[in-house]
Ligand binder design. Structure first.
Ligand SMILES: Nc1nc2c(c(=O)[nH]1)N[C@H]1C(S)=C(S)[C@@H](COP(=O)(O)O)O[C@H]1N2
Ligand SMILES: [Mo]
Length: 253
């Protein structure tokens, strides 16, 4: 990146702009640097913007979340909220070992695709042992294997104006990541947990792992991935279903 502005000035300018986000020019400036989250409006908005903006500035070099040894894998990993989606198509796919299941990748991509589980398993994979931290106060360590989201995005050809990647799930959950988390090497579409096929309770056939955010961002039962340049057209425009219920869109840890 071209650093023609000295670093301190850059940080001050952008954070200052982030504080004032919601008001005209400053919001535009912070938005340009990708430092304003979609849930920046309202009373909680300033807090969300400060947390997100500060983390994005501090983490510009994309550090990895901590990885653990096999010996540290938790014997008990809770399964939360939806553990068996009711959707009849899902249940049929499940009984057939997800043979006919497809993952849609569309939006601002050169080549929209529908990927089978075999297609997804055909990409180069990454395995990582990480700690899942749920906002309800529990955490657990597991080994996840999947395709880095970046490889799928590159295969589809992300257009330069992309700002968010939205995810839909079979149980109706939806959420989004900014491009920094979408390209992060530990952000996976995971299909294995502890060396086995991803169990249904944990989001089969494919779930998201986004290791630097809290549990609720790790969407299970993903059905579609849509690249966008705006969060406005989804729900109330706050970037996630959770944000509409008071959970911060950005859940960095
Ligand atoms: N589609 C979907 N994704 C989801 C959930 C869910 O109920 N449905 N629960 C979330 C929460 S709050 C957490 S902590 C993790 C739980 O993942 P686990 O069931 O594998 O422990 O998934 C997240 N992703
Ligand atoms: Mo959670």
């Amino acid at each position: 990146m071209n650093r023609s502005i000295p670093r301190r000035t850059f940080v001050q300018t952008v954070l200052g702009a982030a504080v004032a986000a919601g008001s005209g020019v400053a919001a535009l400036l912070a938005g340009r640097y990708g430092l304003v989250p979609p849930d920046h409006g309202g009373v909680l908005g300033i807090g969300h913007t400060l947390t997100f903006g500060a983390q994005r500035l501090l983490l510009r070099k994309q550090p990895l979340a901590r990885e653990f040894d096999r010996a540290q894998i938790s014997t008990n990993f809770p399964a939360l909220n939806t553990t068996l989606p009711e959707d009849p198509d899902y249940q049929r796919d499940m009984k057939q070992g997800f043979r006919d299941w497809r993952l849609i990748v569309d939006g601002l991509v050169a080549r929209p695709v529908e990927l089978s589980l075999a297609d997804i398993r055909g990409f180069p994979s990454r395995t990582q042992i990480t700690q899942h931290v749920c906002e309800y106060g529990w955490s657990a360590i597991a080994e996840w294997t999947g395709v880095p989201l970046s490889l799928v995005l590159n295969a589809a050809g992300v257009q330069p104006q992309a700002r968010y990647v939205f995810f839909n799930c079979v149980d109706g959950w939806w959420d989004s990541l900014d491009m920094a988390d979408a390209w992060h090497p530990q952000t996976l579409l995971a299909y294995s947990m502890n060396g086995q096929d991803l169990p249904v309770a944990h989001g089969a056939p494919v779930r998201l792992r986004v290791e630097r955010q809290l549990g609720y961002k790790h969407l299970k039962y993903i059905t579609a991935i849509t690249v966008t340049d705006t969060a406005r057209e989804w729900g109330k425009g706050q970037g996630s279903e959770g944000a509409e219920h008071g959970y911060s869109w950005y859940a960095g840890i």
